[in-house]
Design a protein around this ligand. Structure first.
Ligand SMILES: *Cc1c(COP(=O)(O)O)cnc(C)c1O
Length: 391
């Protein structure tokens, strides 16, 4: 017997659950790309994308995944040989650095490991040591999806200011945007990148780079015509938005997703993600009282509200994921970038998630721990339900 018939549930950190209204908005014939509705719709996206990032500056849209936005952001500001300071809190920080290296940047990496957030004091130290101000950009991942570590980006800016260093602050909010609070302008971020398939609840394939005047003025020589953010942000003619054919259906989907986000209101969205994250953590607190299970990030202040990484010990990670998938129809995230890989797993709880979805994920994990005889503490589901009840 299998208990996995019925609607399957993907609890991985991107792509995330797509709202039915997003899917329905995309289910249509190809629109006229020369004039009319699609143009109006595209124009309407720009101010709303800025709202979500909490910025009054510019945004460029790219047809590509998060890696495309990574490269676009760096290509626009760097010239070959420029130095960058990479602040790594997991696989994604390292990966963004690799993109910079591919553009012939000189990397200076401060690696905070896989369980700790960026330490602003070490950023300040690294920048003060750069007396000639060779570092052009500081690259920080807000939420590293591989570890679920969330860093304090405003504190990174404060450290840069204390060091009186003129570098640009670049943030990767691909996992966090629309889930964990992020305030581009208030926090002094010059360039921010995100994608559409996580907190923005749209099928993978479109990504974004937000940039302010300082970043635009710093444009280097790595940029090519296709990646240039200027015509995309301020096109003279429509096709320049996308340097070619518009990603028609993604735009309809994104419009529907932004409507959902902004109707709920960003503050309510942040509060929902925080409460659901606390429900997950409280379940893990109980499970980890006995046996191998443990949250990856010890300090709740540095845990993401969009994704949770947990240690479970080899080979239990793989066993649990397979059991949940094949017996119950729940897909959990793999332990990305960790070794041995199956000692970790991740829960994605970004975007279109509510309390019953989270309780379903936790209940399924609970059943899996019991079915597989993985030792664990008791009371997890009750603890999670209490968090939801008390909200
Ligand atoms: C998902 C993700 C990426 C990569 O995005 P892709 O769309 O898979 O290219 C980069 N950074 C972070 C923090 C992410 O969560």
């Amino acid at each position: 017997m299998s208990l996995s018939n019925g609607r399957a549930y993907l609890a991985i950190p991107g792509p995330s659950v797509m709202p039915d209204t997003v899917l329905q908005a995309m289910h249509r014939a190809s629109p006229n790309i020369y004039e009319g509705e699609l143009h109006e719709l595209t124009h309407s996206l720009m101010p709303d994308l800025k709202k979500v990032a909490m910025t009054e500056h510019q945004v460029a849209i790219y047809i590509g995944n998060g890696h495309a936005a990574w490269e676009a952001a760096l290509a626009n500001v760097l010239s070959p040989g420029d130095h960058v300071l990479v602040l790594a809190t997991g696989r994604f920080g390292i990966g963004w650095g690799e993109i910079a290296a591919g553009l012939q940047a000189e990397l200076q990496t401060v690696d905070f490991g896989n369980e700790m957030a960026i330490d602003p004091a070490r950023v300040e130290e690294a920048l003060k040591a750069d007396k000639d101000h060779r570092i052009k950009a500081v690259m920080a991942v807000h939420v590293d999806t591989s570890t679920s570590v969330k860093s304090d980006i405003a504190a990174v800016r404060a450290a840069m200011d204390r060091a009186e260093h003129p570098a640009l602050l670049m943030a990767d909010c691909i996992a966090s945007l629309g889930c964990d609070r992020f305030e581009m302008d208030n926090w002094g971020v010059d360039v921010m990148v995100s994608g559409c398939q996580k907190g923005l609840m749209t099928p993978a394939g479109v990504s974004f780079v937000w940039f302010n005047k300082k970043a635009d003025a710093a444009q280097g020589t790595c940029v090519t015509r296709y990646w240039d953010w200027r015509p995309r942000a301020n096109p003279e003619v429509y096709y320049q938005h996308f340097a070619g054919t518009a990603p028609t259906h993604h735009l309809y989907g994104l419009r529907a997703a932004l409507d959902i986000l902004l109707e709920e209101g960003l503050e309510a969205v942040f509060a929902r993600h925080e409460t659901l994250a606390r429900a997950i953590w409280s379940a893990f607190d109980c499970w980890s009282e006995e046996g191998p299970l443990k949250l990856n990030v010890a300090d709740p202040a540095f845990r993401s509200h969009a994704v949770t990484a947990a240690v479970i010990g080899s080979p239990n990670g793989d066993r649990l994921r397979h059991w949940c998938e094949h017996h119950c129809g729940l897909t959990l995230g793999i332990g990305l970038g960790r070794s041995p890989e199956d000692a970790y797993f991740r829960i994605g709880h970004m975007g279109h998630v509510n309390a019953h979805m989270i309780m379903g994920v936790l209940g399924t994990i609970q059943a899996g721990l019991s079915a597989l005889d993985i030792p664990h503490g008791r009371g997890a589901l009750e603890a999670a339900a209490d968090v939801i009840a008390q909200s």
